[in-house]
Design a protein around this ligand. Structure first.
Ligand code: SAH
Length: 454
């Protein structure tokens, strides 16, 4: 039997493993099959206004629009947006994400959340905030770990806050997290547009924007959220940087095409770095604003943010692409029917976070999950699992998450932390310390041995 070890006595890696071994959860099978939202019927699709018609009308009235505006309209338009009305996640959808592949992913993030809460001195209140929760699977797996480790959390009051733009997905999240016990707000102006309670009695609230989440010590999680935010695209030309825009193809009026703005736009004059060396750049200004908000909140209220996504460190150029039915899809063809995405530029997020917080990573998903003890967790699950099909599924999902040529190296983890979290702890009474050496700060789970930007 494992016992809980006081945090100040815990060594670098061992305490994570101890936390990991404390919860003995069963394998979440069957869930994968039942987690699909029903697609809408052909009749429903016919009666919906067409996104292409909406865009061509707009383009005729205003002229070319930025790629960011195109992406925003296509993904989050309140009536016809891709996220607002589609069931995109899972084998029957357009793409599959790590939390949908294996419960271990969310469980390890749950352990990370608890270890950061402990590292922050166990505040009495813990707001768990997820940006873009999809089907709610990640939050569900995290909550299960939190409830298994309730004794570690002690008297801390835990609440769940979900930032979700899609009413349809919020309903699905509510079904999964609150057993359908949730209520919509009476008015559209309410910052909390849905409320509910988990089976364990934890309050859950839904917001359209991060701004609406109440202040307080919070741990923020964003998995495959930043890649869905609108990007601006810029092209180096002989006349300087120019913004890439979307226009109607003059030869085919029901088709869209990319054009390069003839003169600088506000975005091309302000968003490209003066020392930029690439010839083509994508900048997610909206992602930058959200990171600034996270940074401000963490500085003022304490807490941490964990951002996981596919991305690069300011090296890639053209990464804008579409996904439909797990296949690459032309970003300008049948808008609204496919997911649009771009790699996250972590160097940009780090720049936007500013000096108010410490940034860790990006580290590869493989490194992060291995540092978090995925191998030990797998052994525990395999030991308790005799069914050959389930064992096979466990092993193949582990491979999908960690294999360098699958998701292991493509996805990265990046974190924002309060500076105090990395400060050297004060000498503890009764603890014999070498006077010449000052004690090292408690390691940040998953990022151990990584360079720290402060
Ligand atoms: N995190 C989930 C889902 C990823 S898909 C997973 O890993 O499985 C992206 C999610 O972000 C969806 O829930 C989508 O509706 C939401 N989303 C996209 N753009 C958003 C925005 N601007 N504001 C809030 N939520 C957004």
């Amino acid at each position: 039997m494992c016992s809980i070890i006081p945090v100040h006595l815990i060594q670098k890696h061992s305490y994570l493993i101890n936390l990991g071994l404390l919860f003995c959860l069963s394998v979440r099978w069957g869930a994968a099959q039942s987690r699909f939202l029903c697609s809408s019927s052909p009749e429903e699709s016919k009666s919906r206004p067409s996104m292409l018609r909406h865009l061509t009308t707009k383009l005729k009235a205003t002229g070319p629009i930025t790629v960011a505006e195109y992406m925003r309209e296509v993904l989050t338009n309140p009536v016809t947006g891709y996220y607002v009305r589609n069931n995109m996640l899972g084998p029957d959808g357009d793409f599959i994400t790590s939390p949908e592949i294996s419960q271990i992913f969310g469980e390890l993030l749950g352990v990370w959340i608890i270890s950061e809460w402990m590292g922050a001195g166990r505040p009495k209140q813990l707001q768990l905030v997820e940006l873009g929760p999809g089907k709610g699977s990640l939050a569900g797996d995290v909550l299960r770990v939190l409830s298994q480790l309730r004794s570690v959390l002690g008297e801390a009051s835990v609440s769940l806050h979900l930032v979700e733009v899609s009413p349809a997905l919020s309903l699905l999240q509510a079904q999964n997290l609150t057993r359908s016990c949730s209520q919509e707000a009476d008015s559209e102006d309410e910052p909390v547009y849905r409320r509910g309670e988990t089976a364990a009695g934890l309050p859950v609230s839904w917001y359209r924007r991060l701004d609406d989440v109440p202040a307080g010590f919070s741990i923020f999680v964003a998995h495959e959220f930043f890649d869905a935010l609108p990007i601006h695209k810029f092209q180096r030309t002989q006349k300087g940087w120019r913004e890439v825009m979307v226009d109607i193809d003059p030869d085919k009026p029901d088709k869209l095409r990319f054009v390069v703005a003839p003169s600088p736009t506000l975005a091309s004059s302000t968003l490209v770095q003066a020392d930029e060396r690439r010839d083509h750049v994508e900048v997610c200004a909206e992602g930058g604003v959200i990171v600034q908000q996270l940074s401000k909140r963490i500085t003022e209220e304490g807490g941490a943010a964990l951002i996981a996504d596919y991305g690069h460190d300011g090296t890639k150029t053209d990464t804008f692409r579409g996904f439909k039915g797990h296949q690459l899809h032309d970003v300008l063809s049948s808008p609204g029917s496919a997911d649009l995405t771009a790699d996250v530029d972590f160097s940009y997020l780090r720049r936007m976070a500013g000096g108010g917080v410490a940034c860790l990573g990006p580290v590869s998903q493989r490194t992060f999950l291995k540092n978090m003890g995925i191998d030990t967790r797998m052994q525990v699950l395999l030991r308790s699992c005799v069914d050959p099909t389930t064992r096979k599924q466990l092993i193949s999902s582990y491979d999908m998450l960690t294999n360098p040529i699958k998701m292991g190296e493509r996805f990265h983890f990046f974190s924002l932390l309060h500076h105090s979290r990395l400060a050297k702890p004060k000498k503890t009474e009764g603890l014999k310390l070498d006077k010449k050496k000052s004690p090292a700060p408690l390691p940040v789970a998953g990022f151990t041995d990584e360079k720290i930007w402060q």
